[in-house]
Write a protein that binds this ligand. Sequence first.
Ligand code: ATP
Length: 270
Amino acid sequence: MTLLQVNEVTHAYASSSLFRRSKRDTNILSGVSLRIEEGTCLGLLGASGAGKSTLGRVILGLEKPKQGQVLFQGHDLYAVDSKIRRQLRRDLQVVFQDCYSSVNPRMTAEQIIGEPLGNYESLSPQEQKRAVGELLERVGLSAKDGGKYPHQFSGGQLQRINIARAIALKPKMIVLDEAVSSLDMVHQTNILRLLSDLRSAFGLSYLFITHDIKAAYTIADALAVMEKGQVAEYCERKEQFLLSPHPAVRSLLGSMLSEHPRYRSRERLS
Ligand SMILES: Nc1ncnc2c1ncn2[C@@H]1O[C@H](COP(=O)(O)OP(=O)(O)OP(=O)(O)O)[C@@H](O)[C@H]1O
């Protein structure tokens, strides 16, 4: 079943000048359409500035598009009333690249992970503490880590806390915006494995935004490439991607091969 459907979305940022917005505001997204099925992961690739994060924000309900629709669980995100919107928000979570700026440095891990629970659930302090402890364990940390502050964790551990916060409300979908890009290879591999485990355990769907084709290929079922605000190529099965003649795909594959000689053969990607 389709969980998310983006229909012909076009978006431009308002001009930052003091003068009124003019017709010359260039479109950052132009007629973008895509869909994510329940329990699947779409890897969204593209060069810097292609519009990936902007599309992510539109999908999260944070950036109202100039035109087009975002349907989440069949509801138009930008047309529903505030009550349904709040319900949809709990089912649609996000993890960003910068794990440090995503958290309040003055809050403990327990407070960070407990925040969405406090906003949406009426748990007693003991119940919330137990729920947070379970979430910490679920992402490979210890319940005892709940009292620590962000600076006491490594980048990989802190990203696990961000993931624990994202899954706290048992959402349907998580937008992962370059969520592993700032981590070293070992942490990257471990977090990708954790994300795959959580996906199976909770039936989650992911929009995995990245410029890293290897990471996208590892985790995604379907792959799309954005170029200049448009979806240049979409492959429902990631294996098709390797055979795509589209120049944007060939260029991504080419840059990966030149950077990582050990991935010279197609077989090693799988
Ligand atoms: N808040 C904003 N106001 C104005 N322009 C913006 C804003 N955010 C992004 N842009 C512009 O929109 C374009 C697309 O940016 P976006 O961050 O969506 O691309 P991206 O593909 O995610 O790039 P990257 O991989 O570098 O993060 C860029 O030209 C960027 O400068």
